[in-house]
Design a protein around this ligand. Structure first.
Ligand SMILES: [Zn+2]
Length: 77
C-alpha cells in the first residue's frame, strides 16, 4: 500500500511537495567572524554550506542570480 502525503493528499510517488519546498528554498548569505577576527562570507541553503574568506556578500548574490537563482530567494544579511 502506498503512503499518502498529508499535505497534498496524493500518493508519495506522485507527490511533489518536497520538490516544491526545495525550489522555494531560501538562500542565506551572511558574514561570520572566525578565529583571529577573520571575516568569512557564508552561503547557506544550497547543496552544502559554502564559506569564502572575506566579505563577498554582494558578489555572491550577483553570481547566484547569474547561474539561475531568483534574486527574491537570496537573503543577504
Ligand atoms: Zn505532497
Amino acid at each position: 500500500m502506498s503512503e499518502i502525503c498529508a499535505k497534498c493528499g496524493l500518493v508519495k510517488e506522485l507527490c511533489v511537495c518536497e520538490t516544491i519546498a526545495k525550489e522555494s528554498q531560501k538562500i542565506n548569505v551572511s558574514t561570520e567572524r572566525k578565529a583571529f577576527g577573520k571575516i568569512y562570507t557564508v552561503v547557506k541553503g544550497i547543496d552544502g554550506k559554502i564559506e569564502l574568506q572575506g566579505d563577498h556578500r554582494q558578489k555572491v548574490k550577483k553570481i547566484l542570480v547569474k547561474i539561475g537563482f531568483s534574486p527574491d530567494s537570496i537573503d543577504v544579511r
